[in-house]
Design a protein around this ligand. Structure first.
Ligand code: 13P
Length: 250
């Protein structure tokens, strides 16, 4: 049985004060959810969020990590620093990291490995652009990203990994993948895990992300191979995000 995971990626939103107000409002709304609910604030809010979420039903993750543990890497944040703030999860290979900041598949893999070694559970994000989808390249792109991210990973490490299917064309556009498209890609991803890693395929959680809102969350979360959602814009409102978390339980 795969436990549903509802993750809120705040991207570059929320000051420390805004983080505090969000969490104070959100915790009583979300109560004791059946689904696992995790917030991904920006780095500057992690310490505050970690303190407020300690011993609650809501988890904490970071949006990115660097693959070195310490040193002269201006602007970078290590796995150990994230763990010290109370993070359990970290996103790696988010489409904005790949496309805006130029994180290639090799860097994504180094981050994923460093996250696991450093005690974090990585959420590997994969997804195709609209040109790749129109060109019939979706599965090829997913395969390349999955192979680079997870190929040859040990069984123990893979058990810590969550995969997020986020079609680039659906992120921040208001254009959500249809349930058929989300199911087809997620099933394909699970099949890939099965081919490369055998029985781990039954256990690995696959999230859908890309313009998830309250009105489409329920139908996406009901899909057999979708085990949760990675929510961007709609996670910035505590009432709306609590409603999406509640939809995950239905
Ligand atoms: P939106 O929900 O704003 O489309 O963002 C999706 C996303 O990138 C989550 O990581």
């Amino acid at each position: 049985m795969r436990r549903c995971l509802v993750a809120g990626n705040w991207k570059m939103h929320m000051t420390v004060a805004e983080t505090e107000s969000f969490i104070v409002r959100f915790l009583p709304l979300v109560g004791a959810p059946n689904a696992e609910v995790v917030l991904f604030p920006p780095f500057t809010s992690l310490d505050c969020a970690g303190r407020l979420l300690r011993e609650t039903n809501v988890g904490l993750g970071a949006q990115d990590v660097y693959f070195e543990s310490k040193g002269a890497y201006t602007g970078a944040v290590s796995p150990g620093m994230l763990v010290a703030c109370g993070c359990r999860y970290v996103l790696v290979g988010h489409s904005e990291r790949r496309h805006v900041f130029g994180d290639g598949n090799d860097v994504v893999r180094r981050k994923l490995d460093a996250a696991v070694v450093g005690g974090l559970d990585p959420i590997l994000c994969v997804g195709e652009t609209i040109a790749e989808r129109r060109g019939g390249q979706t599965n090829t792109v997913l395969e390349t990203q999955l192979e680079a991210g997870l190929g040859g990973l040990s069984e123990a490490a893979l058990a810590r990994v969550v995969i997020a299917y986020e079609p680039v064309w659906a992120i921040g556009t208001g254009e959500t993948a249809t349930p058929e498209q989300a199911q087809e890609a997620s099933a394909w991803i699970r099949e890939w895990v099965g081919r490369r890693h055998g029985r781990a395929a039954e256990k690995v959680r696959i999230l859908y992300g890309g313009s998830v809102k309250l009105d489409n969350a329920r139908s996406l979360l009901a899909l057999p191979d979708v085990d949760g959602s990675l929510v961007g814009g709609a996670s910035l409102d505590p009432d709306g995000f609590a409603a999406i978390a509640a939809a995950a339980e239905a």
